[in-house]
Every structure is written in structure tokens, then in C-alpha cells.
Write a protein that binds this ligand. Structure first.
Ligand code: PMP
Length: 403
């Protein structure tokens, strides 16, 4: 009897990668940042590059106050907690970070998780159980899909950003059953934002609770940088806001904030919160310092929007096919027809001194190949000019743009 090779299911992927690398190109998924000079500059293969493929939207990674807070906590509290939040792993820094989140969002409760991925895993799998429903957008982030898999609720998908489809699907469910609608403020592959006002109204009409993942909206949407829901005037209407420290906050970690009166019980029943070690003291200290500064970062927010609009209109004028008609967020996605052109453009840009993210199926919707550009508030006007010039050069060299 022949025993199945557990790795044989990966053969198609191994073949695709082989083909991609067979032209002597670099591996887009094995880039090493040899040095990081600032939120927007790094050294890759000995060469300086402008970073246009990070989630460092607000440029907080090198903020002197953030670094000082981390250094102090590292010295005073050590390198790690070696334990769960519910046992020995809650330090005063975790509570201070939760206080900063409550102030930032103006909400009663905040729970810090070890990553944003775990925040979605935990919230979704714990809130909705057997006989209940989670209703998600078809283009939801992997952490939302995985949260659904970890739980026992029934999962219903609706068409991406379609309030009508959400309404139709909710109407088919038993009226008395518990329901959780999961939305995202910004969808990270194409950088498009959700019609949250319509969706929230529909979810409420059907008595569903609402969870909104603002991973890519925190920092620069809304007067206080709370996210797309704030920008759209939906404060007080969303039951759970999930977010991450790995984007605008500039470190690592995840959270959920809420005004739900029973929220604190989740600390005892949410497995991805209980059964993992808490964040190191230095990390929660950097997060707290960063969140407090982001509250007052209006100049940075404005500059980030200016950068995003300039890059979007510049690329559009050159003739690139973009994920959105206008700049809806700080993510500008350049759509390429196939893997070959996407890899060629990616490589050409890197050689010219620009790093962007290459995204391919299954991470992307509708089998798309994307060069995902994400701007930072620390990109200067000259950086954006240089970035546009590099896109033009790479586009012409690869034949994506007419010469
Ligand atoms: N939600 C969304 C929408 C995301 O894009 C991401 C990360 N890319 C996460 C959650 C997970 O965040 P983290 O990096 O903190 O695990």
C-alpha cells in the first residue's frame, strides 16, 4: 500500500513558484530587510529602497517617544511575560494600553490580544456559537474566515460590499436566532471602503450585532482617527470594533473595544485570548505611547491623504489600471493582467529602488494579480514624485505601459 505523501497537495503551488522563479527573477515572497532606516526607507540586497508596501500608515515605528517607552518597559519589566493574560501575563502596561484604547475610541471596554489575527479569531468564534449565525463579506480578511472556522456558528457570506445582498441573506435567517454581522472599514486588497452606513442600518433592522474590523482605517479616517465608521458618522452604532497595532500603531498586537455591558466575560471564555502568552511589556508600552500620539496626529492624517490622492491620480494618468476610481484609503492597488507582468513590474521597481507588495490569489479577490502600494504619512512630497517616476520607468520597461 502506498501511503499518501502529505506534501503532495502542495505540488501545484510548488510548480507555480518554480515557473515564477525560472526566469531568473527574485522571489517576491522572500525579501529580507537588511536594515530599516526609517518608516519609509530600508536597505534590501545592499541597496537603499523607498518602502511603499508596509502598513506603517502613520510612520510611528521610529517615533522617539514610542521607542523611549518601549526601552523603558523592556528594562523595567523584562523581555516577556511568559504567561496568559488571565494568569500571570497581565502587567500594568497591558492595562495602561487598554486605557489608551478606551480613551482613543471613547468606549467602556477594551481587550488587548497578542495579534489582530487572534482578535478576530477570538471575537468571532466566541460571540457566535451553535445555532447562531455569522454573516460575512465574501472578501473578508483571512482572520475573519479563520474565526468562523474556529467557532460553531453557521457562516453566511454576502456579495462584497453589497448592502442588498446582506439584506436578502439576513431576511432568510430565523428571526429569533443570534446573529453577528462582520464588516471591514477598508478592504485591504483593493483599498476600497465599505458602505458601512447602509450595512449597519440593515444589520440593525434584522437585530444582528455588528463587528467592524478597522485594521486599515485606524489612524487616519475620522476626526479622531478611529476609522471609517467615525468618518461616516456611525459612532455608537457598532457593537465591537476590532483593530490591530501592526499598522498605524506601528508595533504588533490586536484589540477589541466595545460598550457591551457583558463584554468583560469574554476574557474568561475567548480561547485565543486565554490560551496564548500576552504581549511583551515593551510592545504594549510602545502601543500605548503610539495610540496616545495618534489621537493628536491631525497634521499626519492630512499629509497621508495628500500622498494617497497624489499617487492615485499620478498612476491613473499614466494609464495603470487601479483597484478604485479615486483614492479611497492609503492603499492603492495596481491591477496587472497576469503573474508574469506582475512579477516583472515588481522586480523592475525593486531594482529601481522601490518596494511594493505583490499580491496574488488566493489572497486577492477574483484571481487578481496586484502590486499593492500603501502610503505612509512620512513619505515626503519628493518621495511621491520619485515613486511616480519609478512606476513610469518600470511600466515602460516591462511593456505594461506603452513606451
Ligand atoms: N484584519 C485585517 C483586515 C487585516 O488586514 C489584518 C492584517 N493584515 C488583520 C486583521 C490581522 O492583523 P495582525 O497583523 O495584527 O494579525
Amino acid at each position: 500500500m502506498q501511503v499518501t505523501d502529505l506534501f503532495s497537495k502542495f505540488d501545484p503551488l510548488i510548480a507555480i513558484r518554480k515557473e515564477m522563479l525560472s526566469h531568473g527573477g527574485r522571489d517576491p515572497f522572500a525579501v529580507v530587510m537588511e536594515k530599516v532606516l526609517s518608516p519609509t526607507k530600508a536597505i534590501i540586497k545592499g541597496k537603499p529602497v523607498i518602502l511603499l508596501g508596509t502598513y506603517n500608515y502613520m510612520g510611528m515605528t521610529f517615533d522617539p517617544d514610542v521607542i523611549a517607552a518601549g526601552e523603558k518597559a523592556l528594562k523595567e519589566f523584562g523581555a516577556g511575560t511568559t504567561g496568559s493574560r488571565v494568569l500571570n501575563g497581565t502587567y500594568q502596561g497591558h492595562k495602561a494600553c487598554e486605557e489608551a484604547l478606551k480613551d482613543y475610541y471613547g468606549m467602556e471596554h477594551a481587550m488587548v490580544f497578542s495579534t489582530g489575527y487572534q482578535a478576530n479569531l477570538g471575537m468571532i468564534s466566541t460571540l457566535a456559537g451553535k445555532g447562531e449565525y455569522v454573516i460575512i463579506d465574501a472578501d473578508s480578511h483571512a482572520s475573519i474566515y479563520d474565526g468562523c472556522r474556529l467557532g460553531n456558528a453557521e457562516i453566511i457570506r454576502f456579495r462584497h460590499n453589497s448592502p442588498e445582498d446582506l439584506d436578502r441573506r439576513l431576511a432568510r435567517l430565523p428571526k429569533e436566532a443570534g446573529k453577528l454581522v462582520v464588516l471591514e472599514g477598508v478592504y485591504s486588497m483593493l483599498g476600497d471602503i465599505a458602505p458601512l452606513a447602509e450595512m449597519v442600518a440593515i444589520a440593525k433592522k434584522h437585530d444582528a450585532l455588528i463587528l467592524d474590523d478597522e485594521a486599515h482605517g485606524m489612524g487616519f479616517f475620522g476626526k479622531n482617527g478611529r476609522g471609517v465608521f467615525e468618518e461616516l458618522g456611525l459612532e455608537g452604532q457598532i457593537d465591537f470594533i476590532v483593530g490591530t497595532f501592526s499598522k498605524s500603531v506601528g508595533t504588533v498586537g490586536g484589540f477589541c473595544v466595545s460598550n457591551h455591558p457583558q463584554f468583560e466575560v469574554l476574557r474568561l471564555v475567548c480561547r485565543p485570548y486565554v490560551f496564548t502568552a500576552s504581549l511583551p511589556p515593551s510592545v504594549v508600552a510602545t502601543a500605548e505611547a503610539s495610540i496616545r500620539k495618534l489621537q493628536k496626529a491631525n497634521d499626519k492624517r492630512e499629509h497621508l491623504w495628500k500622498n494617497s490622492r497624489r499617487l492615485h491620480s499620478g498612476l491613473k494618468e499614466m494609464g495603470f489600471n487601479l483597484g478604485t476610481e479615486t483614492a479611497q484609503s492609503a492603499i492603492i492597488a495596481v491591477i496587472l493582467p497576469d503573474q508574469e507582468q506582475a512579477v516583472a513590474m515588481w522586480q523592475n521597481l525593486l531594482e529601481l529602488g522601490l518596494y511594493v507588495n505583490l499580491a496574488r490569489p488566493p489572497a486577492t479577490p477574483a484571481g487578481m494579480f496586484l502590486l499593492r502600494c500603501s502610503l505612509c504619512a512620512e513619505h515626503s512630497d519628493d518621495d511621491v514624485t520619485e515613486i511616480l517616476a519609478m512606476f513610469k520607468k518600470a511600466g515602460q520597461a516591462t511593456g505594461v505601459l506603452a513606451a
